[in-house]
Design a protein around this ligand. Structure first.
Ligand code: SF4
Length: 209
């Protein structure tokens, strides 16, 4: 079975993993992507946000959430009262999966085997950062960790029992806000996203007090 497990460095510091992930051959996704995109943020972050996989921009730049969805995420983090210094951002899968349409690279959801293969990186990131709150963004990240029957649209915005972190919750992926049909739909979706993140911020505050 494909797995990234054999590619993790001996000492799983974020720095060592960020270098080692470039040599990962744990599944076939490294072949067409420009580079692996590892998580970013402090190693003592109180919150870890997990998306699906790097997008076209992220693949080129080598950093997570730098495209339009990343801009929305930054705004939402701020409006929710969280500090970027408290947040570590990463993805379930570290290489960009896409299909070519002409010259355009169109996002393609990673399959279960690729998600499973890549999970050791995220597990090692979580073990290293040890966040108080884990926020899964979108269906792929949520189902990878909370089971395939988890429905983000119905179960978002509430904490679920999980050994992954003291506070675990799921919400939409910011890219889904960008895909909304109208400006009004986008506004409503963004407000809901901020509301879910603000719930995390309040829970962190009450843990600290
Ligand atoms: S997607 Fe994950 S498991 Fe697959 S090659 Fe990239 S880092 Fe390794």
């Amino acid at each position: 079975m494909s797995s990234a497990a054999g590619f993790l460095p001996e000492r799983t510091t974020l720095r060592a993993m960020r270098q080692a992930v470039q040599g990962c051959r744990g599944c076939d996704l490294y072949r067409d992507a420009t580079q692996a995109v590892f998580g970013e943020g402090p190693d003592d972050a109180r919150v870890v946000l997990v998306g699906e996989q790097p997008g076209d921009n992220e693949d080129v730049v080598g950093r997570p959430f730098v495209g339009p969805a990343g801009g929305l995420l930054d705004r939402a983090i701020e409006e929710a009262g969280l500090s970027r210094d408290d947040v570590y951002i990463t993805n379930v899968v570290k290489h960009f999966r896409f299909v070519l349409r002409g010259k355009r690279r169109i996002h393609k959801k990673p399959d279960m085997e690729q998600i499973r293969a890549c999970t050791p990186w995220l597990e090692a990131e979580l073990a290293r950062v040890g966040p108080e709150a884990l926020v899964l963004l979108g269906a792929t990240a949520s189902q990878a960790f909370l089971g395939r029957s988890f429905r983000v649209t119905q179960q978002r915005g509430a904490f679920v029992e999980s050994p992954l972190a003291p506070l675990v919750t799921a919400t939409i992926h910011p890219s889904s806000i960008l895909r909304a049909d109208t400006d009004e739909d986008r506004r409503v979706a963004f407000e809901g996203f901020v509301r879910d993140l603000a719930m995390v911020e309040r829970a962190l505050k009450s843990r600290a007090s």
